[in-house]
Design a protein around this ligand. Sequence first.
Ligand SMILES: [Zn+2]
Length: 107
Amino acid sequence: MREIFRHRDHTIVSFYGEMLEAEGIPVMFRNLHLAMSGLSEIPIAEFYPNICVMRDEDFLSAWEVLRRAMHENAVGSDREVECGGCGEKNPGNFDFCFSCREELRGD
Ligand SMILES: [Zn+2]
């Protein structure tokens, strides 16, 4: 099992997790109920809801699904934020780089 995505907004975590399941990739959610009860208002990334792929061998294909979806969602909505760590472009509403998990500083 391997974590693939983490975000403080549980609706976004659910959205991408369900997208992976729709692609036939089994996932497990962690901290989702914690988030829904409002406890993740505490701004500690450790407690953010996250998605794990159940099988390590699914990680790369799952990552491709997420990358594609995130880039599509970023088009025409928020500005993109370039990661200072790896140069990957992230949707503007993300707190952490989805590629290397470096904290994003948009402004
Ligand atoms: Zn990065």
